[in-house]
Design a protein around this ligand. Structure first.
Ligand code: CO
Length: 217
């Protein structure tokens, strides 16, 4: 018997429960998905994207990686964004980071972890960009907390600067990019007040978001 028997059992119970409430739910979904949202979040098991916003299968397209990074040469993430924007026509892209992010803490610590150091170099780039801001903070814990916020702010801008999002705005497609951060200790999302619906809003919104991050230093 499979070691994962318990998971398969849970899966059957889950599927039956949904079917019980809505007998044609899976049948309908199997024909088409039309999510309104693309979620770009951290792989951390404590940040379960669709669950924490209480959405059902079919309602949110999801991409997750370590430290919720949007890198301009990452074909995986870019392909997800392209499919979500051009094929599914999502109306919202949500970049959601989280406090206590292991990837952000590892980047900040400067310790060596092997292959992943190359990925986390992108978080260190964010750290270096805001080095003078971060140096005002009294300790490592506070710096990690604020670097989690700054990382979201930077990744939101990265989403806005992808060719896919730029082109969507050029053809006047309705699309807003948002920045959120999730608290592991209370399960609550904080809106970082980055709601960008056009290329001309990016720099102003970025400045405001940085000022807001700094205001709570
Ligand atoms: Co994380």
């Amino acid at each position: 018997m499979s070691d994962l028997h318990h998971l398969l059992k849970k899966n059957r119970a889950w599927a039956f429960q949904i079917k019980d409430n809505d007998p044609t739910f899976f049948q309908r979904l199997s024909h088409q998905q039309s999510p309104q949202y693309l979620w770009i979040g951290c792989s951390d098991s404590r940040v379960p994207s669709t669950q924490l916003v209480d959405l059902l299968p079919g309602e949110m397209f999801v991409h997750r990686n370590v430290a919720n990074l949007v890198i301009h040469t990452d074909l995986n993430c870019l392909s997800v964004i392209q499919f979500a924007v051009e094929a599914l026509k999502v109306k919202h892209i949500i970049v959601c980071g989280h406090y206590g992010c292991g990837g952000v803490q590892a980047a900040l610590s400067n310790k060596k972890f092997g292959l992943i150091d190359n990925w986390l170099r992108h978080v260190q780039d964010v750290m270096q960009k805001h080095a003078s801001l971060l140096s005002e903070l009294p300790d490592e814990a506070r710096r990690a907390y604020k670097l989690c916020e700054l990382n979201v702010v930077e990744q939101v801008v990265n989403v806005c600067q992808t060719t896919v999002v730029e082109q969507a705005w050029e053809r006047a497609q309705e699309l807003t990019v948002h920045g959120w951060i999730y608290g592991l200790e209370n399960g609550l999302v904080r809106d970082l007040q980055m709601d960008i619906s056009g290329y001309n809003e990016v720099s102003g919104c970025y400045r405001n978001a940085l000022a807001a991050v700094q205001a709570t230093f």
